[in-house]
Design a protein around this ligand. Sequence first.
Ligand code: RP5
Length: 194
Amino acid sequence: MHGTSVTALKRAVNETCLASWPFTENPYNLPMPESKPLVAVIMGSKSDWDTMRNAVETLNELGVPNEARVLSAHRTPDATAEFARGAADRGLRVIIAGAGGAAHLAGVIAAHTWLPVLGVPIQSKLQGLDSLLSTAQMPGGIPVGTLAIGEAGAKNAALLAAAILATSDDTVRQKLEAFRRKQSEAVLAARLPT
Ligand code: RP5
């Protein structure tokens, strides 16, 4: 390697051996193959992000490859249908959809795909009861697995998505079991101010 800098070597590896992979930046500037997303986290508005970030953060903690974006059943109906129709072919295995108010997003997505769709009712001007009912009350034939209102629902949607994947993915199952163990230990270690 005389006369070859480390940077030049890394660049050569990037350009030759792994040229076909998509890469993300990392602290060492080495190529890292990106996994294809298995779970999509969709929300009806950017204003839903503070809630839905709990789903993304939980998926990241469990090492589940995911993607997140805004799509609206009402404001972008064509793009929403197009996303849902193409989701399975793109390799997605579970879709999480959060929306508030007249929350039709999860139901509309479910109407266009056979993939499991998990609905998160966003806390709304009516405390999320409108979101909960409009997400949960699907007609027989097109299911939406509806979680709790707000942050707990977003977090649990991610955990449920991981559990669905874990039935056929040992790595996710181990991460999920470790998450549960850690959670139990934290509860048992809790000390009350007496
Ligand atoms: C829904 O309307 C969204 O999911 C959001 O919860 C709610 C309000 O949206 P913005 O007016 O804040 O964009 O479609």
